[in-house]
Design a binder for this molecule. Sequence first.
Ligand code: ATP
Ligand code: MG
Length: 175
Amino acid sequence: MIRSLRLKGFKSFADETEIRFTEGINCIVGPNGCGKSNIVDALKWIVGVTSAKGMRADNIRDLVFKGTESRRPSRSAEVSVVVSSRDLTVPETEVTRRIKSDGDSDFLINGKKVRLKDIQELFSKLGISNRDYAFFEQGQIDRVLRMKPSERKALIDEAAGITPFKERREETLRQ
Ligand code: ATP
Ligand code: MG
């Protein structure tokens, strides 16, 4: 599960902001334009979504706080999550994605630079998906209704946390 999310210089979050999640359903409420969807964009970014469009931006650099009349733009954007398994067999681990000025990203696990693949392995072990069907955004609820049965099954498998086992089984069968 994702225990907390920290944003720094990401989109409208100029100031470092931490959001703690609890088990079960979490709700984020606030007026239009206050940054609710930007929080979802941050979650997408950290789980490895790479297309700017997927985060409602024209360019990856648009993920960096661009400043206001009274505030200078940020130099970089950073999103961190603390993740763990519910039973803590996978202990609390901090995963960070940091955008560099050239638009490339650095990935860190507990402050140490790693590859995107390492992060995706960790997320997969925890049942945290980077697939686009894991995110339902404004006006997209009907997407699940339009899915093929096999796609809907994949969604349920992922939510139930059995996808890593299925992938390992397929790997074993291939060998
Ligand atoms: P709604 O209730 O209408 O869905 P919301 O809370 O989901 O609103 P968001 O879409 O998360 O709102 O936030 C939009 C705001 O984020 C806009 O005001 C936009 O200018 C701001 N924003 C987006 N990218 C940046 C950026 N790079 N720098 C500064 N502000 C940004
Ligand atoms: Mg929104």
